[in-house]
Every structure is written in structure tokens, then in C-alpha cells.
Design a protein around this ligand. Structure first.
Ligand SMILES: Cc1cc2nc3c(=O)[nH]c(=O)nc-3n(C[C@H](O)[C@H](O)[C@H](O)COP(=O)(O)OP(=O)(O)OC[C@H]3O[C@@H](n4cnc5c(N)ncnc54)[C@H](O)[C@@H]3O)c2cc1C
Length: 383
């Protein structure tokens, strides 16, 4: 067993940290207030090779591993989980399915420019009537001459207000079965897709939309794979992304912990730094313990992906533990700061609001528990 990052991994972390501190941090508070994402970051992420880090060089990527992708997301999340959510919706959810199941033409038209940060992607899966239950999807794609006609709606779609294309999931057959769901690449903006910008309590520096889709025509060459059979691609993509998202949430926890520690060193109450009060030190001890457990779960999960793939149960355990841990850590950070924790001047309140989103985003904690307990039943560990 080895518990060391390679020299390349350490170098990557340094590079991304420098980028996040120098080029992202100055925009974080303003983006949170204005609820607007600084779009130029995509081009910069493309230039730095961050978007394509985990994709093979032959497909236009950098050819690094999943551990590298997690290091990138942890470092971006440490400074801004909102910016990292935009990164995740683009670099994974929006384009991973094209890399996995797309034609050469789809790769050169959509995947390659997205990896360079020239086109922005989003992923339209969740719907007003079915966030947790994908199979209940109502958006319907009907076969017409030369393509498909799509009608329906999508809710909470990250990046959609500024995206150049969307990876859209729609039902290609009426049956409520997985094989009836297919993926389409939809160019945006599009007159048949009305997008409204949603105002949020967390991840405010990312842009999220509600979409109404009316008689949208998608040509045959924008269907991903076949009309039957892309559901496993969706599940595989979501499973792998639970590790990536957990890495960014780990970053939020670390960011909040560092701010709380700095504050506790400097803040003097009754002639001594609050760090010297046992109650505060215990809170910090709880925070580092959660962070350490989360850290090893994330990087063990990334290592599993690099060894050939991660199963649904393991990915669900990582997402469940790390998102709940980040919620606890960021809440404790606020307590360490006391009243200052409620002030916008400090980042811990924002970190907590952002961490809260991941109790639901990418599958709620309850859904992760369902996946874990279902796997336990399959192994006869539960009745
Ligand atoms: C900021 C943000 C960005 C997002 N970005 C995207 C995106 O880019 N693309 C995309 O497709 N989606 C996106 N989502 C949607 C996200 O994946 C869903 O919010 C999530 O899957 C939960 O769905 P829901 O919100 O409809 O909750 P619901 O499904 O309505 O759940 C409500 C409550 O019921 C519980 N519940 C529901 N079903 C069960 C069950 N079977 N067992 C136990 N408990 C259950 C849930 O745990 C939850 O507590 C985003 C969400 C947010 C908040």
C-alpha cells in the first residue's frame, strides 16, 4: 500500500492552487453577490489543461488520471465551490458521455472545443417532477424525418444560461424502463429552449437554469450512441462524478477549516487567542478528523476509477460521507468565528451555503443511502 501522491500530482496541486488563489479568488465574492459566473475562466481552464486533464491525449486531453482530476477539483473547490460546480457540469457531466459514446464527428464538433474551453457545456437530466427518480423522466423525444422532436422541461441545470451546448436526456419510448432514455447534444441558445436564470441560496457564483423545451428539432447526428442503450452511460457518468464532486466538496471543507484556524489564531478574547479555549480546539479537532477521513475516501475512490472503474455502492459511500462531513465542517467553521462567521467579509458562510447544495446535488444523501442499502441487500447483509 502506498499513501503518497506522485511528484507530478504534487506539482499539479501547486499549479492549480496558484491559479485558484491568483485568478479565481479575486472574483469569488463579486460572483456570489451578482449571481454571475465569470465566463472567461473556461478559456483559462482550457489553456491550463485542467478541463482535459483526465481525458486521453488522443482525444485532445492531457492524459492524466482520475487522481489528478480530483486534485484539480479539490483545489478549485477550496477557493470556490460555485466555480467548481461550473467546472464539473462542463468538464465531466456535459462532455464525458461524448468521450465515452460519441462519434468521431461529435468529438471534434463538441468535445474538442469544450476541452479547450472554447465551448461551454451543461447536462440536462433533472426535471421538475423527477430529480431523484431518473426513470420518471417526462421529457419526450419523438422520431421525425431526419431527427427528433423534443418536448419537456429540465430543472436546476448548471451552466445552462451561458452554455453553447447541452447534453440532454430524453425519453425515446413511453415505457418507464432505462433503455427508453437517450442522450442528445443540443446547441444553445436555441429558440425552442427557453432558459430562465434561477436565484439560489448556495453556489451563487455558478449559473443555474430552468428550461422549457418546445418542439425542439435535434438532427440524427446529434443523438449520442443509439436510441436504446445510453442509460448505462448516464449511470456510469454519475457514478464516476460522485468521486469528482466529493473531491470539490472536500476542498470546500479544507477552505473553511483553514479560514477558521487562521481566525482562531488571531482573535483575542479575554487576553488570549480563542484557539487556546478547549471548546474551540475541540471543534477544530473534529474538523480535521472529518477532513482526513474524507480525504482518504476521495483519493481511494479516484484510485479505484484509475484501476478500471468504481461500483455504484463505493461511489455512493464516498459522496454520502464527504458531503455530510463538509456540511459539518463548514458549520463548525462558522461557530469558531462566532458573529464574524455571519459576515460576508469572511468566506465561511459562503462555504457553508455551498456545501449544503451537495447534500442534494448529484443525488441526495437519501438516494446514496438507497444505493448502499440496495447493494447490502444484494449481498444478503439486509433482509
Ligand atoms: C444548485 C444545483 C445545481 C444542479 N445542477 C444540475 C445539473 O447541472 N444537471 C442536472 O440534471 N441536475 C442538476 N441539479 C439537480 C440535482 O441533481 C437534484 O436536485 C437532485 O437529484 C435531487 O432532486 P430534487 O431536487 O428534485 O429532489 P427530490 O427528488 O424532490 O427530493 C426531495 C426529498 O425527497 C427525498 N427523496 C426523494 N426520493 C427518495 C427516495 N426514493 N428515497 C428516499 N428519499 C427520497 C430526497 O432525498 C429529498 O430529501 C442541481 C441541483 C442544484 C440544487
Amino acid at each position: 500500500m502506498e499513501f503518497e501522491f506522485s511528484p507530478e500530482h504534487k506539482q499539479l496541486r501547486e499549479t492549480v492552487r496558484r491559479h485558484a488563489e491568483e485568478e479565481m479568488r479575486p472574483h469569488v465574492a463579486e460572483a456570489d453577490d451578482a449571481e454571475r459566473f465569470p465566463k472567461a475562466l473556461f478559456a483559462r481552464w482550457g489553456e491550463l489543461g485542467l478541463i482535459g486533464a483526465r481525458y486521453p491525449e488522443v482525444d485532445g486531453g492531457i492524459g492524466m488520471d482520475k487522481i489528478s482530476d480530483c486534485i484539480i477539483r479539490e483545489e478549485l473547490g477550496r477557493v470556490s465551490q460555485a466555480f467548481c460546480a461550473a467546472f464539473s457540469a462542463h468538464s465531466h457531466l456535459g462532455i464525458w458521455p461524448i468521450w465515452r459514446a460519441g462519434t468521431e464527428e461529435q468529438k471534434s464538433r463538441f468535445f474538442a472545443p469544450a476541452v479547450r474551453g472554447e465551448k461551454i457545456a451543461c447536462f440536462g437530466l433533472s426535471e421538475p417532477d423527477g430529480g431523484s427518480n431518473i426513470r420518471a423522466m417526462k421529457t419526450r423525444a419523438e422520431k421525425v424525418d431526419g431527427g427528433y422532436k423534443i418536448n419537456g422541461s429540465k430543472l436546476y441545470i448548471t451552466n445552462s444560461p451561458m452554455a453553447d451546448f447541452m447534453m440532454l436526456a430524453a425519453r425515446t419510448a413511453p415505457e418507464l424502463k432505462p433503455s427508453a432514455i437517450s442522450l442528445f447534444i443540443v446547441e444553445l441558445p436555441n429558440a425552442a429552449v427557453e432558459i430562465s436564470h434561477l436565484k439560489k441560496e448556495g453556489l451563487k457564483g455558478s449559473e443555474t437554469g430552468l428550461l422549457y423545451i418546445e418542439d425542439l428539432f435535434v438532427p440524427d447526428d446529434c443523438l449520442l450512441g443509439h436510441t436504446e442503450g445510453t442509460y448505462p452511460v448516464i449511470l456510469e457518468s454519475l457514478t464516476e462524478n460522485r468521486v469528482g464532486v466529493s473531491a470539490s466538496v472536500l476542498g470546500v471543507a479544507k477552505g473553511a477549516y483553514e479560514e477558521a484556524l487562521d481566525y482562531a489564531r488571531d482573535r483575542i478574547v479575554a487576553d488570549k487567542p480563542i484557539l487556546e479555549y478547549q471548546a474551540v480546539a475541540h471543534r477544530l479537532a473534529d474538523m480535521v478528523s472529518d477532513i482526513e477521513a474524507a480525504h482518504w475516501m476521495v483519493y481511494h475512490g479516484a484510485w479505484q476509477v484509475d484501476q478500471g472503474g468504481i461500483d455504484h455502492e463505493s461511489a455512493a459511500k464516498i459522496k454520502l460521507f464527504v458531503s455530510e462531513a463538509a456540511f459539518r465542517v463548514t458549520e463548525r467553521a462558522i461557530r469558531v468565528l462566532g458573529g464574524a462567521g455571519m459576515m460576508r467579509e469572511y468566506g465561511v458562510g459562503r462555504h457553508h451555503r455551498d456545501a449544503m447544495v451537495y447534500l442534494f446535488g448529484e443525488g441526495t444523501s437519501d438516494i446514496q443511502r438507497n444505493l448502499i442499502s440496495r447493494a447490502m441487500k444484494e449481498r444478503d447483509m439486509l433482509p
